[in-house]
Design a protein around this ligand. Structure first.
Ligand SMILES: Cc1ncc(COP(=O)(O)O)c(C=O)c1O
Length: 357
């Protein structure tokens, strides 16, 4: 493995953290990992103090958005040490995102090694309470300074760390979701499967309007027929109809291949559920709701793990799901995944990368 140079921060900001009010992505740890891409290769990288970066006004990423990111978490294990959940999956996905926007991919082994090293250096920043975690944000962007619309020759790959609160303050609460019928997040042949800034910029306005109407997120329909379900906010979406787990397939390239999605599908197999990855239309969901076969709807993602949907509104009509209560499947997936992450349940699939800190 490459040797990562380490430049230690002269002090620590850890005392300035409000540990009883962590929220999401507000506090940042003392160190970051930085690797530079020049002359067609990534360097070994440096761990250095967190601090402001110089950006020229002509920075190409500010103008054309050549940037990608990832999100994963490290958890305090009840057995001691730290569990980083499935970092290889994020590393692989980031390589795919890189390809989509012409960023040279950062190799998965280097990605996992850098995550481990920077988490180990700032291990004091891992919150101790059940439900809390250290959020890990790797990202990469073009550093060239020019105005021509073309890919940069130079890039940075950076990892920053942020202690975050539990997504749920008072247990798993079902959310209200608005089915978006006007705007679309991604189109076939576009960037939907990449974790790149453009997708999040494209989704902000619809999200804001949904918030103003009292919904927590929008459910995106496909950009071609405005009929098939893509995903919800920054989560993948799953339906339980007649005890069958149904989720949109990844083959159209317009939704993100969620790590939590993959985790739930593996567990569902272990639990003996029937699983189908396929197109599912909003009309099929509405029909299943009408005839009583729609048992559960839930989102899956690193932030919330599982987010039960209590109400879906489509074209002004409300569908109340499972009496606006958490379903047994959502609860089981949530309990099993968080149990593995915090080291309370056996990690049969070797999902955790454990650090003895
Ligand atoms: C658009 C989108 N879909 C789905 C997900 C869920 O992915 P994961 O389970 O890897 O967090 C995310 C979050 O990263 C996302 O941003």
């Amino acid at each position: 493995m490459d040797t990562i140079e380490i430049i230690k921060s002269p002090g620590t900001k850890i005392k300035s953290v409000d540990w009883n009010n962590l929220r999401f992505g507000v506090f940042f740890s003392d160190h970051i990992f930085v690797s530079e891409y020049t002359n067609d290769k990534w360097d070994n990288g440096t761990i250095q103090p967190y601090g402001a970066m110089d950006i020229e006004p002509a920075n190409c990423t500010l103008h054309y958005g050549q940037t990608i990111f990832e999100g994963l978490k490290a958890f305090p294990s009840v057995k001691g040490g730290v569990n980083i959940f499935r970092p290889d999956m994020n590393g692989k996905r980031m390589m795919g995102s890189a390809e989509a926007v012409c960023i040279p991919p950062y190799p998965v082994e280097k990605f996992v090694e850098a995550v481990k090293e920077v988490v180990a250096i700032d291990s004091d920043w891992i919150p101790k309470k059940r439900g809390e975690s250290l959020y890990i944000r790797p990202f990469s962007f073009g550093t060239g300074n020019f105005l021509g619309v073309n890919a940069s020759d130079t890039y940075k790959f950076i990892i920053i760390l942020s202690p975050v609160a539990s997504y749920y303050k008072e247990g798993l609460n079902p959310v209200k979701i608005l089915v978006e019928t006007e705007k679309v997040r991604a189109v076939r042949g576009g960037l939907g499967a990449a974790k790149t800034a453009a997708n999040y910029a494209a989704s902000m306005r619809a999200g804001l309007m949904a918030h103003q109407k009292g919904f927590s997120q929008v459910l995106w329909l496909d950009g071609v027929h405005r009929k098939y379900i893509d995903e919800v906010g920054a989560m993948n979406i799953m339906f339980v109809i007649n005890d069958e787990l149904i989720t949109p397939a990844l083959d159209k390239g317009n939704i993100l291949a969620g790590v939590t999605r993959n985790t739930v599908l593996q567990l569902a197999k272990e639990f003996g559920m029937k699983i189908t990855e396929r197109e599912i239309s909003i009309d099929e969901v509405a029909d299943a709701h009408k005839n009583g076969s729609l048992q559960e709807v839930f989102g899956t993602g690193t932030a919330a793990v599982i987010s039960p949907v209590g109400m879906l509104q489509y074209k002004g009509k409300e569908m109340i799901i499972n009496n606006n209560k958490i379903g047994k499947y959502a609860q089981r997936f949530y309990d099993t995944i968080t149990g593995i992450q915090y080291g309370e349940i056996e990690d049969k699939y070797n999902w955790n990368v454990h650090l003895d800190i």
